[in-house]
Design a protein around this ligand. Structure first.
Ligand SMILES: Nc1ncnc2c1ncn2[C@@H]1O[C@H](COP(=O)(O)OP(=O)(O)O)[C@@H](O)[C@H]1O
Ligand SMILES: [Mg+2]
Length: 375
């Protein structure tokens, strides 16, 4: 396994050594595959869905070929076909005969190969007429159906299909997917209301077509062990209390935990004390300040006040209650509801269910929350 200079990664996947926990979730995903079930993976942004998918696909069940697509940048079926073609082109071994058949098919679509200037990865753009993408997607999937190994296709940010101009995307995909026995899917998405609409609404084609897996925050104890292990491996000392303080500052939200640990790791040597991590934390906030002021410019006054209020409270259960509205001077419940919707649409806040089943609201960006609270 390759060794990297900072064990706390903040983008992508670098192998099991730098990946914390998710043991149960990994097992569930694998066992679903082995049992021929597709899975719908949902969670708020930056909690570790993509990481988990990468982790599972890096070591798929025996005799499985894994294909990963991130469809967030796609806007229509043709983009989807390009992303699918690229993933297949970069994943399937060239010399295998059945692999060759698919590649020949893709070649017949006269693809243009370009290289992503940032990552250097090849990207295929196929030459199909408008309205033809559907047929080609179907053919490609049919080829995969005939592939000698089992195939898992992970489609990340799947809710994006709901933004395509083509109507009834889910019906179209569902109708093909239904006929496949050799190909299983992992559908992953951050926009939980859209994912639930797609998969949990009895009137929609994808209803009950996949097992639901919701992932939450990594357990504090387990994360703490991971953090200590990596500091100690680099011959740095870090106390339990410091780790707990860092975890709660980052609200146990995977990306923010990784980011803070990454900075502390990069700046420290010897023993990590309270001053050391707090300095890195406040640096992070300073760096972001300009972004936070942009937030204010992008929002109406009412939305901005509501955002600040939710940030201060961390979690809000009754946003239209007298108590909350009065404390922050937010106007009428109707105004609050409207702003709540707008902030949700802009993905500035999210709502989720607490363990006791109660719905709460929280500000997505943990750094923004800490910044707001420090003023
Ligand atoms: N189990 C994990 N252990 C360590 N880092 C992780 C883990 N899962 C995700 N990460 C890191 O956290 C960040 C956010 O995770 P990501 O998978 O991109 O979230 P999501 O797909 O849910 O938005 C990434 O930088 C990723 O490298
Ligand atoms: Mg992701």
């Amino acid at each position: 396994m390759k060794s990297i200079s900072n064990p706390f990664i903040t983008t992508g996947y670098q192998g099991g050594e730098y990946f914390c926990d998710r043991l149960e979730e990994t097992e569930v995903l694998k066992s679903n595959l082995i049992n021929g079930q597709s899975t719908t993976l949902v969670a708020i942004r930056r909690i570790g869905k993509t990481g988990l998918i990468r982790h599972v696909l890096a070591n798929p069940p025996e005799n499985y070929t894994a294909i990963y697509l991130d469809i967030l940048p796609t806007e229509n079926l043709k983009d989807f076909l390009n992303v699918l073609a690229t993933a297949i082109f970069t994943t399937l071994p060239e010399h295998s005969k059945p692999g060759n058949k698919i590649l020949d098919y893709l070649k017949s679509l006269r693809p243009i190969i370009t290289f992503d200037p940032l990552t250097g990865f090849p990207q295929l753009t196929v030459d199909v007429r408008p309205g033809e993408a559907e047929r080609h997607i179907q053919s490609v999937l049919e080829y995969l159906e005939a592939y000698p190994q089992k195939v898992v296709i992970a489609i990340d940010e799947f809710q994006q299909i709901m933004n395509y101009p083509e109507k009834n995307m889910d019906a179209f995909l569902r109708s093909i997917i239904q006929t496949l026995n050799n190909v299983r899917f992992i559908f992953s998405g951050s926009q939980q209301h859209l994912m639930t609409q797609l998969f949990a609404d009895p009137s929609r084609p994808f209803y009950q077509s996949a097992a639901f897996l919701k992932i939450g925050k990594i357990e504090a104890k387990v994360y703490a062990l991971f953090i200590r292990h990596h500091f100690e491996k680099a011959e740095m000392m870090i106390g339990q209390e410091i780790i707990n303080n860092m975890l709660s500052w980052a609200d146990h939200h995977t990306y923010y935990v990784q980011l803070l640990c990454n900075r502390v790791f990069a700046s420290a040597s010897g023993e990590i004390d309270d001053t050391c991590w707090r300095e890195q934390a406040s640096r992070l906030l300073q760096e972001q300040e300009i972004v936070f002021f942009k937030y204010r410019d992008l929002l109406t006054k009412q939305q901005w006040y509501l955002l600040k209020a939710i940030a201060h409270e961390e979690t809000v259960y009754y946003p239209t209650s007298k108590g909350f509205i009065g404390k922050y001077n937010l106007g009428s419940p109707a105004t609050v509801l409207r702003s709540l919707q707008a902030l949700t649409d802009k993905e500035m806040i999210y709502s989720d269910y607490a363990e006791d089943g109660q719905l709460f609201y929280s500000v997505y960006d943990v750094l923004f929350r800490r910044w707001m609270q420090s003023r």
